[in-house]
Design a protein around this ligand. Structure first.
Ligand SMILES: *Cc1c(COP(=O)(O)O)cnc(C)c1O
Length: 496
């Protein structure tokens, strides 16, 4: 058996990628990383001749080497099939002088589908060979989009269940309806009184409680994560960085081998970290631009080297980026430190004990070679939606607009720039419509969808407009200290 992955906080125990995917988070609280990643390089000529599906097989086969080629092929075929509205999966379109990478053509209209249509298939394949056939309960805290994408990906997948916690009152109407209308005999949904970080902290506590694990194991059940800390979430996202590059080369917009930049609307740091992985395995990347909203803890970190979560939490019009602790950053720290687990563990201890840590100047230097940053508040985001529609005829959502605003504020460095578009504008119709200048007072999410379509001559995705007629199936809301009981009762119901 190959042993490839280990925790960011210790490298004594190693895991195959299958075991890492089933386990989710390492027992010591660290995230699974692989040292292989800096020793592998994909062949760009092959990448540029591939379609999305072939690139997905190439990337997954490289980063998850204990899956057989047949397993990978069948996962790719299932994950990127007719539930997408384009065979290209993530088409690249012009955005003025830049490019828009449309990541929202999947079943829930957000970029998380790219990974969450894949993860259940990877888990299901791993369950039989590396998981002892145990039931897997997926536990997820969501700031809005992950929840629905996880529910849709896992619903009725054999041997799995999914429990989603979202911050009550802090996701959009449509996001909430997408989750509470989810069908499937193995799904559970619950609102939390608090913000996303409260929900995420609650989930982490459940994962690290050995007594919970023992009780569940007695019923042949293990917990796992669908949050972007799972390597099975991260790896599928690497594909679209390569595929975007291939599309640019084929469009004649870049010569094969020349670098391009990516601007990534960032929350938990999973999406942009996948870009870093792509660079590590041979993609010519100039800069990865980390775009934040008013919760600009990453802007400060990349500028100063100090990560400090002790600041007010802002509820913004880009709620999927309203995050003060970007979990996946821990993986980047591991690589920047040259694989120093003790140092990473010390930073994470500082973060949990004092709320802050400061990285070495050596690490900062490495960070700045690849990463750049910027942020946009809600006003700048609205202005950007407006001008992008008026001047370019491109309708973008509030998250994508944060990235576009950050790109617009920078001088071009001559390299082609790709803005990752992380959600359909119709997922955030009310804020997008208001940004275009409409008075949305008294209009619900669906009235906003209709008006947005009327004004722009674009069409709302059926999976969103159809929600108005769907029944609300999940009504639970609880405090953080009741989350564990909710999970255990969901397991009992689903796996009885
Ligand atoms: C999750 C999400 C993000 C942030 O991605 P991370 O991987 O958490 O950094 C940005 N935009 C949208 C629409 C999202 O759903």
């Amino acid at each position: 058996m190959e042993t490839l992955y280990h925790s960011t906080r210790s490298n004594t125990e190693t895991y195959t990628s299958k075991r890492a995917i089933l386990t989710g988070i390492a027992p010591d609280g660290g995230l699974f990383v692989s040292d292989q990643i800096s020793r592998t390089s994909l062949d760009l000529t092959v990448v540029c001749g591939n379609d999305y599906h072939a690139n997905a097989r190439l990337v997954l086969g490289t980063l998850l080497p204990d899956y057989t080629p047949d397993e990978i092929a069948s996962c790719v075929e299932g994950a990127y099939g007719s539930q997408w509205d384009t065979h290209a999966i993530t088409p690249l379109t012009p955005l003025g002088n830049d490019w828009l990478l449309e990541l929202y053509h999947g079943p829930t209209c957000a970029f998380k589908d790219v990974a969450l249509q894949m993860l259940p298939r990877l888990m299901s394949a791993a369950r039989h060979t590396a998981g002892g056939g145990r039931n897997v309960m997926i536990l997820t805290a969501t700031s809005g989009d992950t929840g629905k994408a996880a529910l849709d990906g896992f619903a009725d997948v054999e041997g799995t269940g999914v429990t989603v916690f979202y911050p009550d009152g802090k996701v959009s109407d449509v996001q909430r309806l997408q989750m509470v209308t989810q069908r499937g005999g193995n799904v559970a949904v619950c609102g939390i009184r608090g913000n996303f970080d409260d929900a995420q902290t609650g989930v982490k506590k459940i994962f690290s409680d050995p007594e919970v694990a023992a009780r569940l194991l007695a019923n042949n059940t293990v917990l796992s994560s669908a949050n972007s800390i799972n390597v099975g979430r991260l790896v599928p996202q690497v594909t679209y960085y390569f595929d975007a590059y291939a599309q640019l080369v084929r469009a004649g917009a870049v010569a094969q081998g020349d670098p391009i930049d990516f601007c990534v609307p960032t929350g938990n740091f999973g999406d942009v970290l996948a870009g870093f992985y792509a660079k590590q395995i041979g993609l010519p990347v100039g800069k990865l631009i980390v775009a934040s909203n008013a919760n600009n803890v990453l802007t400060d970190f990349i500028t100063t080297g100090t990560y400090d979560r002790r600041r007010p939490f802002h509820k913004t019009i880009s709620p999927s980026m309203d995050i003060l602790v970007s979990s996946n950053l821990e993986r980047l720290l591991y690589y920047l430190s040259g694989g120093d687990c003790e140092l990473v563990a010390a930073y994470m201890r500082d973060l949990s004990q004092t709320g802050a840590y400061t990285v070495s100047s050596d690490m900062m230097e490495k960070l700045r070679q690849t990463f750049d940053c910027g942020f946009a508040d809600d006003d700048a985001t609205r202005r950007t939606i407006h001008t992008t529609w008026d001047e370019l005829g491109v309708l973008i959502d509030t998250h994508t607009a944060v990235g576009k605003a950050v790109v617009d504020a920078r001088a071009s460095e001559g390299r082609p720039r790709v803005c990752l578009s992380t959600a359909s504008p119709y997922k955030f119709s009310s804020d997008v419509l208001a940004a275009l200048g409409a008075n949305t007072q008294g209009m619900d999410g669906f009235a906003c969808m209709d008006e947005l379509a009327r004004r722009t001559g674009t069409v709302a995705p059926a999976q969103l407009s159809g929600l108005r007629d769907a029944a609300e199936l999940h009504t639970d809301v609880c405090d953080q200290d009741k989350m564990c009981a909710f999970v255990e009762s969901a397991c009992a119901r689903v796996f009885s």
